[in-house]
Design a protein around this ligand. Structure first.
Ligand code: GDP
Ligand code: IMO
Ligand code: MG
Length: 431
C-alpha cells in the first residue's frame, strides 16, 4: 500500500459497509482513527466466522498491534464503550491493541438521550416530520459542545472541573426539562457518581490524540481515518435537517481526527451497489414496492444500531457524484454487488427531474432534493451468484459492465468490490 494517510467516508446515507472495508484495509495500516459521530454508528465486521458490531471503537480493533484512536470529534457513550471492550474480551490473543481516547471527546450524558427523545416527540406533536434519530443523544450532545457547555472526557478525571460543569448542565437542563417539557430535572448527585465511575473506567485509555497522530505521521506510519454515517447525513452537506449532527465528509477527519488536510494522500468513498437510508428525509431513488423488498431481504437491510428496516432503492449516481466532489474521493469501494444478482432488470439514476427540467448535479437545496424525480438508465442484469468471485475476471460480463458504468459516470476507479459480508468476500481491483 503506497498511501500513508487515507480517509474513508460513507458516500451515501450511511451503512455502506464502511466497517468491513476498514477491517480489510487495516491489515496494512498502523493506526485507525474514528473522527466523528458516536454510538449512532454501527459498523459490522465479520471475521473468522464471528460478527462484531462496532459503535464507537475503530473497526481496526480486531488486528493485534494496531493503534486505535477515538478522536476529539466524537461524542462518547461510556457504557457503550465499555460493553464493546468487554465484547472483545473472549479473544484476547487478537485484541492486543493500543487504544487512545482523546481527552477532548465529548461525553453523552443521560440527559442528552432524554432530550433526543423529547425533541423528536415535540417535532411529532407540532405535526412536523421527525428526523428518526437513533435515540443515542447525538444531536443534544453536539449542541452542548458548540454551546461550550459540554463535558469532555478530560473532565471525567478532574473532580473540580466535573463538578463545575455538571452543575451548570444540571441547572441548564433542569430548566429545559421542567419549563419546556414538564419533566423532572436531572439529579446532580446521581449524575456525578455516574460520571466519576465512567472517569475511572476511561482513565487508562485517555490520551492526547493530536500528538499521538502527529507522532505516528512523523514516524512514517500508515494511518486510516474511519468516517461514520455518510455524505448525505453530513450536517453541512447532507439533506438538512434530515442529517446527523457531525461532519461525516472527508474534511471532518482534519477537524475531529486532527490530521492537517495537506497530509491526506487518499480519500476512499464507500458505496453500496444500490442505496439505503434509515430514518426520515429525501431519498430520490427509494423503491417502496417489490424491488425495495427484494433488496431489503436479500441484503439484510436492517439497522445494526436500532434494528429498523432500512429504506432501499437503486444506485443514485447524482448523489454519488456529489459525494465524490464534496470529499474529493479518488477511489471508490463498491459493496454488496452480490445482492443485485438475479434481478430482472437493474436501474441506476443518472439525473434528477425537478420542475420539468433535468439536472445531473445534486441540488444544494434540501427542499429541491425532496422534489427530485429520478431519471433512470436500465442496465442488463446478471443471474449468476457472484459471492465466490475473488478477481474482477471471475465476475459475469454484465456485472463487470455495471462496475465500469459507475467508474465512467464518476470518473473514479473502483478499487475494491464486496461480493459478500466476510473478510474474504472481496475483490481487490487496485489500491
Ligand atoms: P457501515 O455502517 O457502513 O459499517 O455498514 P453496516 O455494517 O451498518 O451495514 C453494512 C451491512 O452489509 C453489514 O451487515 C455488512 O456485514 C454487510 N456487507 C458489507 N459489505 C457487503 C457485501 O459486499 N456483500 C454483502 N452481502 N453484505 C455486505
Ligand atoms: P453508520 O456509521 C445510517 C441517521 C439516523 C437519522 C439521522 C440522525 O452505521 O453508517 P442521529 O441519531 O445521528 O441524530 O440520527 O441519521 N443515522 C444513520 N443512518 N447509518 C448510520 O451510521 C447512522 N447514524 C445516524 O437514522 O436518520
Ligand atoms: Mg452502519
Amino acid at each position: 500500500m503506497s498511501s500513508r494517510v487515507q480517509v474513508l467516508v460513507g458516500a451515501q446515507w450511511g451503512d455502506e459497509g464502511k466497517g468491513r472495508v476498514v477491517d480489510v484495509l487495516a491489515r496494512d495500516v498502523d493506526v485507525v482513527v474514528r473522527y466523528q459521530g458516536g454510538a449512532n454508528a454501527g459498523h459490522t465486521v465479520i471475521a473468522d466466522g464471528r460478527t462484531h458490531v462496532f459503535h464507537l471503537l475503530p473497526s481496526g480493533m480486531l488486528y493485534p498491534n494496531r493503534t486505535c484512536v477515538i478522536g476529539s470529534g466524537l461524542v462518547i457513550d461510556p457504557d457503550q464503550f465499555k460493553s464493546e471492550l468487554n465484547g472483545l474480551d473472549p479473544q484476547p490473543e487478537s485484541i492486543n491493541t493500543r487504544l487512545v481516547v482523546s481527552y477532548g471527546a465529548h461525553i453523552v450524558m443521560p440527559y442528552h438521550k432524554k432530550l433526543d427523545a423529547l425533541s423528536e416527540g415535540a417535532r411529532s406533536q407540532r405535526g412536523g416530520s421527525v428526523i428518526g434519530t437513533t435515540g443515542r443523544g447525538i444531536g443534544p450532545c453536539y449542541v452542548d459542545k458548540y454551546a461550550r457547555l459540554g463535558i469532555r472526557a478530560e473532565d471525567l478525571v478532574s473532580p473540580s472541573s466535573l463538578k463545575e460543569k455538571l452543575r451548570a448542565n444540571v441547572d441548564d437542563k433542569g430548566k429545559i426539562f421542567e419549563k419546556i417539557y414538564g419533566e423532572p430535572a436531572p439529579d446532580f448527585d446521581e449524575l456525578y457518581a455516574l460520571a466519576a465511575k465512567w472517569g475511572k473506567m476511561l482513565a487508562p485509555y485517555l490520551g492526547d490524540s493530536t500528538l499521538e497522530i502527529d507522532a505516528a505521521y512523523s514516524a512514517g506510519k500508515n494511518i486510516l481515518f474511519e468516517g461514520a454515517q455518510g455524505t448525505m447525513l453530513d450536517v453541512d452537506h447532507g439533506t438538512y435537517p434530515f442529517v446527523t449532527s457531525s461532519s461525516c465528509v472527508a474534511g471532518g477527519a482534519a477537524i475531529g481526527g486532527a490530521i492537517g488536510p495537506g497530509r491526506i494522500d487518499k480519500v476512499i468513498g464507500v458505496s453500496k451497489a444500490y442505496c439505503t437510508r434509515v430514518g426520515s428525509g429525501p431519498f430520490p431513488t427509494e423503491e417502496t414496492g417489490s424491488v425495495g423488498d427484494h433488496l431489503r431481504k436479500k441484503g439484510s437491510e436492517f439497522g445494526v444500531t436500532t434494528g429498523r428496516p432500512r429504506r432501499c432503492g437503486w444506485l443514485d449516481l447524482v448523489a454519488l457524484n456529489y459525494a465524490v466532489k464534496v470529499s474529493g474521493i479518488n477511489s471508490i469501494v463498491l459493496t454488496k454487488l452480490d445482492i443485485l444478482s438475479g434481478l430482472d432488470d437493474i436501474k441506476v439514476c443518472v439525473a434528477y427531474k425537478m420542475g420539468g427540467k433535468e439536472y445531473s448535479a445534486f441540488p444544494s437545496s434540501a427542499t429541491m432534493i425532496g422534489q427530485a424525480e429520478p431519471v433512470y438508465k436500465t442496465l442488463t442484469p446478471w443471474k449468476e451468484d457472484i459471492s465466490g468471485a475473488r478477481a474482477f475476471g471471475d465476475l459475469p460480463e454484465k456485472a463487470r459492465d455495471y462496475v465500469r458504468f459507475i467508474e465512467e459516470a464518476t470518473s473514479v476507479k473502483i478499487g475494491m468490490i464486496g461480493v459478500g459480508p466476510g473478510r474474504e468476500d472481496t475483490i481487490i481491483t487496485g489500491f
